[in-house]
Design a protein. Structure first.
Length: 218
């Protein structure tokens, strides 16, 4: 097992597993945020549960942070190994013929997503932690979201960030299944379709939330 996980194949499997976890988190986070479009109380209730539940705080959140960092570092490592194996000049001259733009630029889209995550944590996560554990006060999650999305600059950043996420997922979704060996003529077309739907629908859903609250604030 130790040889497997230190091998190139093993690292790709771990990369894929971290990707699956992040795909699940993205969907779960979207469903909670989408509640803010329909019902303030439901959104605040779900946000408070996720922010105060001990299992989420002390188990899932550390795993999530580790998964994000591991996914980025391992992605950069595998990308560097692949480029080294192909040879820099060959890869440069034949990139367009050998792979899609999304697959060639996964590191760029991944870094842009990471920068947005840092901004997102500064805007939402850190103020919530400060309120709960330092000030011992309660933040109204709905009012915080509405206030942020009243700013058109923040909405634009949000939309651009999720456009990068869509580009990342258009390759990453299917790639994760291939890395764990789930690839055959019968199921691969369905996985490609599901991956395309997910890669477009979830980021567009996040964009819709931002634009909805901005328009609602006018």
């Amino acid at each position: 097992m130790s040889r497997f996980y230190s091998s190139s194949v093993g690292r790709k499997v771990l990369m894929a597993l971290s990707g699956f976890f992040l795909l699940f988190f993205l969907l779960q986070h979207f469903l909670i945020n989408f509640l803010s479009v329909f019902n303030k109380e439901a959104f605040n209730g779900a946000s408070d549960f996720m922010g105060t539940n001990p299992f989420v705080q002390y188990a899932l959140q550390p795993v999530l942070f580790f998964g994000i960092i591991y996914h980025l570092i391992m992605g950069m490592y595998l990308d560097a190994k692949n480029k080294g194996a192909r040879g820099g000049k060959y890869a440069k001259n034949n990139a367009a013929a050998n792979a899609s733009w999304m697959s060639r630029n996964m590191i760029i889209t991944g870094v842009m997503i990471l920068l947005f995550i840092c901004l997102h944590m500064v805007d939402f996560f850190f103020p919530t932690i400060k309120a709960h554990y330092i000030d011992h006060t309660h933040l109204d999650a709905y009012e915080m979201v509405v206030a942020k999305f009243a700013n058109p600059v923040f909405v634009l950043i949000y939309v651009v960030a999720f456009a990068f996420l869509a580009l990342h997922l258009l390759h990453g979704f299917q790639s994760a299944f291939q890395s764990v060996g789930f690839n055959n003529r019968k199921y691969t077309p369905a996985i490609k379709k599901l991956g395309t739907i997910y890669a477009i629908a979830v980021p567009v859903g996040y964009m819709f939330i931002a634009v909805f609250h901005y328009i609602n604030s006018l």
